[in-house]
Design a protein around this ligand. Sequence first.
Ligand code: SF4
Length: 99
Amino acid sequence: MTRKAPPKVPLLAGLVDPRLTAARCAGRAPMFDDELEEESIENRSSRLAAAARICRGCPVLSACREAAHEQPHPTGIWSGTDFTEPRKNPGRPRKDRSA
Ligand code: SF4
């Protein structure tokens, strides 16, 4: 008697969420992360935009959107959406010119 081999599923994808096993981001996690060490603002912005473009062709985009909204605090790119929290201090405060 021969046993049928189990289907080949990427190890980490199987551990994360079975709805996302066909994810286009599989194996590219850092690209979708909120922040990378020593990354300039411009590079980060380009990286996240490229990640969001990959999502547009992802076969599990809807499931990913659902999964993102199930997370207490999603960060980075999920389903083509940037869940990055706004910077606490994005720049100098605007001066009130009416006074
Ligand atoms: S939609 Fe984007 S973040 Fe979600 S599984 Fe697909 S590639 Fe990954």
